[in-house]
Design a protein around this ligand. Structure first.
Ligand SMILES: Nc1ncnc2c1ncn2[C@@H]1O[C@H](COP(=O)(O)OP(=O)(O)OP(=O)(O)O)[C@@H](O)[C@H]1O
Length: 361
C-alpha cells in the first residue's frame, strides 16, 4: 500500500470512458463517472449488467480494454491491485481459516511491517468500531455469517484504504440481519470517512445506504442520482420498475401537457417529448378522493378489485373503465391502514400532476 498521503489530499475517483468485452460480449460500454472522496456510491442493476466487472476494474483485478481509472488525479489503470490504496470486501468473506480473528484483521498490517504496538492499537480500535471485541481469539469457522462479514469489513478498513469496494457483502445473510448490517455499514462509512463503492442488485439496500446510486443496465450507467431523485424521477421504464414499483401508463400526447390514456386525459406538469410513450406513477401518489373533496382535473372513477394488507399500508388494485372503446386499466394504489375500502367499492381516484413522471423510453 502507498504511504499515507498528506491530509489535504483528496481521493476523488474518476472513471473515464471505460470499455470492456469478454470475447464478443460487450460488458461495459463507455462508463464515465466521477466519485467524490467520502461518498457512499452504489452500483445497482440486474444480474449480468457489468457491476462486478466495473468493481474489478477499479480494484485492478481486471483490465479495461479502453479508458482510464484515475485516483487523486493520478492514472492507476496499470497498477496491480496491491499497489492501489483500495480494498475489497467480498460476499464470501474470504477469511483466513487458520488464523484467529485478531490475526485475520492484523494480516495486512503485519505484511506491511507496521510496528507491533501500532498493529495492536489499530486492530483493537477497528474491532471496537465493528462491535467484535469479544471475538479476538475465535477462529473463523466458529463465527456466524454476520460476524464473519464484520471481521471482513474490519480486516479491509484497518489498512485505511482510500476506497473500500464491497461486492454484494450482505447477500448471503438472512433478511433481518441484512437490514441491521445495512445500518451498520452506513455508520461505518461515516465513522471512517472512507469512500465506499457497493455492488448490489437489491434496490432496497441501495436506497437505504447510498448517498448516490448509479443504475446500470447492459454495460451502461443509465441514471446517476440520489436515492430520492432516482425513486421520484426515474428516467425510463426500466428504472421506474426496477427501483420501487410504479404503475406505467401508455399514453399519447394530445396537446401541450396533456396526455391521453385508456381511462381519459391526464394533465401533466411537463410536456412530453414524444407523441406516444410511457408515464410512471407510484402507488402512493394516487389518492382515493373522499366524498367532500373536489379536484378540477385528473379525477377518474374506479372500482376496487382487491385489497392487500401490507402491514403499514393497504395496497388496492383499482380498475379504471376505458373510455372511447379502450380497454379498462388496473392501477395499484396505496392507502393508510385506517382507510378501509372493500372489493366492489366504487371510488374516485385523484392523480396529482406533479407526481407523474414522463419517461424517456
Ligand atoms: N472473466 C470472464 N469471462 C467471460 N465472461 C465474463 C467474465 N466475467 C464476467 N463475464 C460476463 O460479463 C457479464 C457481466 O458480468 P458481471 O459479473 O460484471 O455482472 P454483474 O452485473 O455483476 O452480475 P451479477 O449481479 O450476476 O454478479 C456477464 O454476462 C458475465 O457472464
Amino acid at each position: 500500500m502507498d504511504p499515507l498521503p498528506s491530509p489535504s489530499q483528496n481521493f476523488d475517483l474518476d472513471i473515464r470512458n471505460v470499455h470492456k468485452s469478454f470475447g464478443k460480449k460487450v460488458v461495459l460500454n463507455g462508463i464515465n463517472v466521477f466519485i467524490k472522496d467520502g461518498e457512499f456510491v452504489t452500483l445497482l442493476g440486474p444480474s449480468g449488467c457489468g457491476k462486478t466487472t466495473l468493481l474489478r476494474i477499479i480494484a485492478g483485478f481486471e483490465k479495461a480494454d479502453e479508458g482510464e481509472v484515475v485516483l487523486s488525479g493520478k492514472v492507476i489503470s496499470n497498477r496491480s491491485p496491491s499497489k492501489r490504496p483500495i480494498n475489497t470486501v467480498f460476499q464470501s468473506y474470504a477469511l483466513f481459516p487458520h488464523l484467529n480473528i485478531f490475526n485475520n484483521i492484523a494480516f495486512g498490517l503485519k505484511s506491511h511491517k507496521i510496528p507491533k504496538d501500532e498493529i495492536e492499537r489499530r486492530v483493537n480500535k477497528m474491532m471496537e468500531i465493528v462491535n467484535i471485541t469479544d471475538l479476538a481469539k475465535e477462529m473463523p469457522a466458529t463465527l456466524s455469517g454476520g460476524q464473519k462479514q464484520r471481521v471482513a469489513l474490519a480486516r479491509a478498513l484497518v489498512n485505511e484504504p482510500d476506497i473500500l469496494l464491497l461486492d454484494e457483502p450482505l447477500s448471503a445473510l438472512d433478511a433481518n440481519l441484512r437490514k441491521k448490517l445495512q445500518v451498520e455499514l452506513r455508520e461505518l462509512q461515516r465513522k471512517t470517512d472512507t469512500t465506499f463503492i457497493l455492488v448490489t442488485h437489491d434496490q432496497d439496500e441501495a436506497i437505504a445506504v447510498s448517498d448516490r446510486i448509479l443504475v446500470m443496465y447492459k454495460g451502461q450507467i443509465i441514471q446517476d442520482g440520489s436515492p430520492e431523485d432516482i425513486y421520484e424521477h426515474p428516467v425510463n421504464r426500466f428504472v421506474a420498475t426496477f427501483i420501487g414499483e410504479a404503475n406505467i401508463l401508455e399514453c399519447e400526447r394530445v396537446s401541450e401537457k396533456l396526455a391521453k390514456t385508456n381511462f381519459g386525459n391526464l394533465v401533466l406538469e411537463k410536456d412530453p417529448t414524444w407523441e406516444k410513450g410511457g408515464i410512471a406513477i407510484r402507488m402512493e401518489d394516487i389518492h382515493v378522493c373522499t366524498p367532500n373533496e373536489s379536484f378540477a382535473e385528473n379525477v377518474f372513477p374506479a372500482k376496487i378489485l382487491e385489497r392487500i394488507f401490507r402491514g403499514d399500508y393497504w395496497e388496492l388494485i383499482a380498475e379504471l373503465p376505458g373510455v372511447d372503446a379502450c380497454e379498462s386499466l388496473k392501477l395499484r394504489v396505496m392507502t393508510d391502514p385506517d382507510e378501509i375500502y372493500n372489493p366492489g367499492d366504487q371510488v374516485n381516484l385523484y392523480i396529482e400532476p406533479q407526481y407523474l413522471q414522463v419517461l424517456s423510453d
